[in-house]
Design a protein around this ligand. Structure first.
Ligand code: ZN
Length: 228
């Protein structure tokens, strides 16, 4: 598998209201990623799930069905072998229920939080067979799931090792690629010869940077981070 073989799936949009942005409403895209692994297709996230009336009115989501998004790349739902959810908010795990029998990878902490209620829509997470992780794991050869807490405590990202380099599927570790850029520079600053004071950055940036990614991609930003 080459870096270019990993594809982005466009699964819709929603509108974040002014109450959440502190300014004007903001349209947000929802992206999943498909990794054509030798074992079968691996998905990071599955799209926007059905919400209640109140949430629908608040975010006004427009969904692209997962099967339609897959079809654009020549795949069908049956091609999916494994699902990793970066976290279990309703805009990331909406298509899980379309994939019965497939293992869903989540941090144990995240699943416990989601099952406690008031966090996601429970129908979206019921009935799946979970592989619950306590931290980092190589879930398939070359597919590394790495905890990246921040947006939520149980957030996780994926680093995929391809024949020609690695790709980090960051999910919502950062809302925007430019935030990754800033954290990556902060992590590099001492090595670049800068003295304190320097900005802090999440400790897990060091682990993700060990993969020396050729690109880093995000759940809510079409922009892609590229190395120097
Ligand atoms: Zn999200």
């Amino acid at each position: 598998m080459q870096v270019e073989d990993i594809r982005r799936l466009f699964l819709g949009t929603f509108v974040r209201p002014p109450e959440e942005t502190g300014g004007a409403p903001r349209v947000e895209a929802v992206y999943a990623y498909a990794v054509p692994h030798a074992s079968g297709l691996v998905l990071l996230d599955t799209g926007i799930g059905a919400a209640d009336e109140e949430t629908e009115a608040w975010y006004r989501p427009r969904r692209v069905p997962l099967d339609k998004a897959l079809r654009e790349h020549g795949w069908i739902l049956d091609d999916v072998h494994l699902v990793v959810n970066c976290h279990l908010h309703f805009d990331h795990c909406g298509g899980n229920r379309l994939l019965p029998g497939r293992t869903v990878v989540a941090q144990r902490e995240e699943l416990a939080t989601a099952r406690r209620g008031g966090y996601t829509f429970e129908a979206l997470i019921e009935g799946a067979s979970y592989e619950e992780l306590d931290g980092e794991a190589e879930v398939l050869p070359g597919v590394h799931v790495i905890p990246t807490p921040g947006h939520v405590d149980g957030h996780q990202s994926v680093a995929v090792v391809c024949d020609d380099g690695s790709v980090v599927l960051a999910g919502q570790s950062h809302d925007q690629a430019s935030q990754w850029s800033a954290d990556a520079l902060a992590a590099e600053a001492a090595a670049l010869g800068h003295d304190e004071p320097l900005p802090t950055y999440p400790v897990w940036m060091d682990r993700l940077r060990e993969f020396d990614p050729r690109r880093v991609v995000f759940a809510h930003d079409a922009a892609v981070w590229l190395p120097r």
